[in-house]
Design a protein around this ligand. Structure first.
Ligand code: 9PG
Length: 508
């Protein structure tokens, strides 16, 4: 039996639909929980991967609503789309994620498809509708969510980021040296952004690390003399187990049922804790932190590992939903940073950030290699750093340009210290072009020869977001067929496009 499909917005905490769609002819578009979680476009009968390692469930996914791990069952956050071979189909979309999370599931059942929605938190307006054009309907509903949540989409910036060349070894000198060379080569960067490595520990943001060779507050003046704005990375919701922050305020962390601080992820060689963003003292500390860093001269903050504010656990104010707790922490950071400061969020729940974020990482980290196949295929984890993972997920979130400026992560134009082929570098360039949004590079500038500099200059050209020509076809489980060009994310040539390649369509 086929039930009628709602076309008007309705307030709900849960709902189910049975659709007259042939599962073997249907594709599904899903959106993962946070920046690094997978987004994709797959045959409905295929299997949604879930990481084998439990510790990856917190850091790359929502542990309270994991990917299914089952063939024919697809879970998605905020929205879901089912696509027929003619490009029509169904779109389900939440229209407010400021206090609630919308959990969608599509299931192949016999000769039909069933869709269910469960809302975690107070009831929200949603739309579930049939359409002749999934792409356009998804864009329209995403834009509607953006309007309701008062999305900020300031002009995109061009950013040099220290992470993908210095990693945690970054020094004050590295930053200034790259800024110098960029000025000498007249590279059109707006911001030089210091990433992880300058700080003594997670949470101890105002104490420098031993190797940094100065203090983060010393950098903005030097950058400003070279004509660049200053940006800085923080993971403001985290506390390292050895940090001053954790030692002095263990009561500020998210707790387990046993009342003890709850480790919520594993990186930097060990576990770490998350701050309880419903605690008034934590909120005051977050406001002060953002205000202090802006006071040092930073006008651009990359706020990372923000999923920590939304993990399941016991909070000071137990009346708050996870979505509310997250948003309280985020709003505190915005209040401290001020309205003028540019906030790029990363590792962050996506739709719940609309209206506070200026920009958002919409995929996992790029890396100077194409694929980490052992982790992706054999461990079921496509959230790790790899060019393929970044391209795959950021392309499949193209419609999110209404929510914030998308950041598909950095271009890698260098040939040294990189395993990427020329075709793969051009695929990254194609990604930046079709996604629009932020432009970033992390190459050591003096490592670039003329060819590298030309590639970098092209990567820094701002573009308007493109849209898929079709979602009914894909070369590699993502939105790959755009109006400006086609991506081949598979390991074999497709339609004359090299493996891992991008073919721009002739303009006519
Ligand atoms: C700094 C980096 C860079 C980078 C961010 C983020 O899932 N993980 O284990 C995981 C760890 C680090 C990571 C992403 C995912 O990188 O995306 O740009 O700022 O932190 O430590």
């Amino acid at each position: 039996m086929t039930e009628p499909v709602e076309t008007a917005s309705l307030e709900t905490t849960g709902q189910g639909w049975t659709l007259a769609l042939d599962p073997s002819q249907t594709r599904v578009l899903v959106n993962g929980f946070q920046s690094w979680s997978e987004a994709e476009v797959r045959p409905l009968t295929a299997k949604q991967a879930v990481p084998l390692m439990a510790w990856r469930h917190q850091q790359g996914h929502d542990p309270a609503f994991l990917p299914s791990g089952e063939a024919g069952v697809w879970r998605s956050h905020t929205l879901i789309a089912l696509i027929r071979p003619d490009g029509g189909g169904y779109v389900g979309h939440s229209l407010d994620e400021s206090r609630s999370f919308a959990h969608w599931e599509a299931r192949a059942s016999g000769s039909q498809v069933s869709v269910s929605l469960k809302v975690e938190g107070p009831s929200i307006p949603i739309v579930f509708t049939e359409t002749v054009n999934v792409t356009l309907t998804l864009e329209q509903l995403s834009a509607q969510l953006a309007r309701t949540m008062r999305a900020r989409t300031p002009p995109p910036l061009r950013v040099w980021c220290s992470w993908y060349s210095c990693y945690r070894g970054v020094t004050l000198q590295h930053m200034l040296a790259n800024a110098h060379v960029s000025r000498d080569r007249a590279l059109p960067f707006d911001v030089f952004q210091l990433d992880d490595g300058f700080q003594a520990d997670l949470g101890d943001w105002t104490l420098p690390s031993g190797h940094f060779g100065g203090h983060a507050r010393d950098l903005p003046v030097g950058l400003s003399e070279l004509g660049f704005a200053a940006g800085i990375w923080l993971a403001p919701f985290l506390a390292g187990p050895e940090s001053e922050l954790f030692r002095t305020h263990p009561e500020w962390t998210l707790k387990g049922e046993d009342g003890l601080p709850l480790p919520i992820g594993h990186n930097w060689g060990g576990p770490y804790y998350g701050l309880d963003t419903t605690h008034p003292e934590v909120l005051a500390w977050l406001r002060d932190l953002a205000r202090e860093v802006v006071g040092w001269g930073y006008t651009y903050l990359k706020l990372d590992f923000l999923f920590a504010g939304a993990m399941p656990g016991v909070r000071h104010d137990q009346s708050k939903t996870r979505a509310e707790a997250y948003r309280m922490g985020l709003v505190a950071l915005r209040e401290g940073a001020g309205d003028e400061t540019f906030l790029l969020l990363c590792g962050a729940p996506l739709a719940s950030s609309i209206g506070v974020a200026d920009a958002m990482r919409t995929g996992p980290d790029v890396a100077p290699l194409w694929d980490d196949e052992s982790r992706r295929v054999w461990l079921g984890d496509a959230t790790g750093p790899a060019a393929r993972n970044a391209v795959h997920t950021a392309l499949s979130r193209w419609y999110q340009h209404a929510w914030y400026q998308p950041d598909p992560d950095v271009m890698i134009a260098r040939r040294e210290l990189s395993l990427l082929s020329s075709a793969e570098r051009h695929t990254l360039l194609g990604l930046l072009d079709v996604v629009g949004g932020l432009r970033a590079s992390s190459d050591p500038i003096d490592m670039l020869d003329d060819e590298g500099l030309t590639l970098l200059r092209r990567a820094l050209e701002i573009s308007t977001p493109d849209r898929p020509r079709t979602l009914a076809q894909s070369f590699g489980g993502a939105a790959t067929h755009f109006t400006r060009g086609t991506f081949n994310l598979t390991d074999a040539p497709q339609d004359g496009i090299r493996a891992h390649g991008y073919r721009e369509h002739a303009h006519d």
